[in-house]
Design a protein around this ligand. Sequence first.
Ligand code: ADP
Ligand code: MG
Length: 836
Amino acid sequence: MEKICVAVRVRPAVSSEPFNGTFWKVEDNRISLHKVHGTPISGLSYAFDHVFDESCTNARVYELLTKDIIHAAVEGFNGTAFAYGQTSSGKTFTMNGSETDPGIIHRAVKDIFTKIQMISDREFLIRVSYMEIYNEEINDLFAVENQKLQIHESLERGIFVAGLREEIVNNAEQVFELIESGEVNRHFGETNMNVRSSRSHTIFRMVIESRGKDTNSSCDYSSTDAIRVSVLNLVDLAGSERIAKTGAGGVRLKEGKYINKSLMILGNVINKLSEGAKQRSHIPYRDSKLTRILQPALGGNAKTSIICTLAPEEVHIEETKGTLQFASRAKRITNCAQVNEILTDAALLKRQKVEIEELRKKLQGSHAEVLEQVILKLRNDLLKYELEREKLEMELQEERKSRKECDQCIREQQIKIVNHSNLVTSSEFNMNSSQEHNSVRQVLQEECNDSSGIDQGDAFRTPCFKAAPKAFVVKRSNYSMLPDYSPLPDTFSNVADEDTWLKMNKGYIADLDLLQMTPARRVQSFPSSDVTPACSNENYTQEIQHLKRQLEIATEERNELERKHAEQILLNHRLMDDISELQQEAKLMREIPKRLSESVSNCKDIYEDVLSIIQSFVSDEESSTAKLLSSTSEIGKSLLTTLETHFSMAMDDNSSFTGNNSLIQEQRKMLYEKFNSTITGLVLSQTQQSSCENKGGKTACWKEELSNELNTIKERYHDLEKELDINNQLLVVSKERYDTLEREYQLLKEYRDLLNQKISESSQKLALVTDQKENALNDLDTEVQRRKNLEEEIKQFSVAFASRHKSLMSFHRDVKSQCEKLRAQYLVSLPNALGC
Ligand code: ADP
Ligand code: MG
């Protein structure tokens, strides 16, 4: 266990303005804030492994801070050196340096090659890569086309950036040329604080492999030889910044937010690591690409040094304090570095061994420089092929993944189609049974339940390969325990403000659980390397055929579904016709009371006419016949008026109508009594008249006539009463029929609405299914095209590889024949020289 080595470097002040209030004073390995007259301010004094003042050169920084780590890297230890500090404090100056005072990277590269030349008992293979993390995306600085690279982790290679260009190098000059070419691709931007401000974190990486040389059998290496592989990261971080000071807006602001965010996560990681092993909780390495890449350097298997750069101006005092606090916390971190010795094929040196040794043997005797050049070229070619293969394998894996998703999609659609067909069949069944009125509602309800059941179930659910909406907001704590996920912070709106900046620099641990994260991304593992291209081609063809078959089935099922849908629409039309017929019938039924009322009013008119004609035959208005007629007319009119009233009541208010039968009975009784009293009155007056006039014979005759007339009227009255009863019964029956029809009408209306709703739902679903199908078809087309391209590429690659191999072989032959020629010449010229 060893502590991280932390140093602080103060850059020269930009302005020559004198200090007004405070200044930073450097004494030995301590830096403290002093008042203008020299009194130190308590609580603001910090001690580190080294503190470099303004006059310190990069040479000295390298010598004291980084040299040991570089030497250890040559011996097989992982090493990391990075510069942290606010914008314009001198990070890039420290890492890259200037013409006159080269920086740490330059010195490290030179030193490594000098060092390995001094180690005669080991053979080295060094490869370099250069990447930047810009707006949370990893870009290759050696190859502009390699953008948005992904971080992977494997047992053998540890954490690595897939697809990153690596170049095998033989000497420092080659490295400098490469770095120069990479610098062109770096993201710089002008801010108020730095004309050429680094807008990205850059990581220059050297992988140093070495193995011991067996001095006894010069070039014969034991196959079980352990190989040391160490990774050296030299990191120039982008500057933490306050938006207000940099005057950033637009692109600069966005960059600033990403920079601050990743530095905040770096701060969090450092904070957690500085808590000590016992209190240490989960370390959020996976929250940013920077911390993920630096994971071995922070609390892992690496020797690490951090140089914190400071701007001495008073205006930057807050930032400087923040940087010093960050440095103090970093000082508490302990790493556990050990030599990485590996026996597996993970070491490039091991994988290239056979080819290189063969070549070495073949070229024995050639000029050493030529030999080295050829070997280097061959090594780089092999590495390129390997990287190319790795890239292809990744693509293949992606292809497999997308094919799986496509399969899944087709399966989902099949399930949907099947479910939809079931839905259609069950709705047909329900319609057949709709003739039974009583069961209609029940069936409808059942169907409703069914369809809601389907909604909740499988049928039209979003395919499961699409993430559920809630899955997009995941708390880190939920998945941080899963090793295969690499969640990345995505919300930056609350990061680049002044408050957060200050908190960040004061050792604040951001509550990442409160931040929204991008959906969990599954880390891809390498596909198994035993899949040969021929085998995979065959698999492709099979898979494509399989997909085509599935597509045909799905198309058939879709057609079937469409046919059923059309049938359902036809059925619905028929049902609509039935409903309109029933509506007509109901309308007619509703008109019955109206017609009855009209006929009663006609009857009344006729009755009045008839009675008035009869009354006109009676000359004496005071006679009993006239009185009887007028009373009969009154009763009749009253009866008919009552009937009329009842009919109109039946038309207006169906519900209150039935209860009025008793009212009719009462009226009937009343009229009956009135009629009887009229008759009795008439009989009495007649009797009195007859007794007065003593005309007995005549009276008896009138009496008889009257009683006959009375009987006739009574009979007519009874007939009318009967008619009224029949009419009432008819009314009740028609009312009942009307109610039933009304209910049926309502039920049918509901059923129709429900059917309409269902039809529109199934139309929507059908449209959705069709859309998805079309998307799947498009995807499939793209997929097939991509596969074709990939196959083409693989073919081209195989051809290129073969031709390369061929040219290499011919080159070998040439070299060999050249050697033989040279040897022959040498043999010929030797005797000559010796004067033979
Ligand atoms: P950063 O990378 O931290 O944003 P730079 O390294 O770009 O800052 O430095 C900003 C300016 O300050 C540059 O012009 C650089 O040359 C100058 N500078 C920084 N540190 C020193 C130093 N120690 N000596 C001389 N000049 C320096
Ligand atoms: Mg910089």
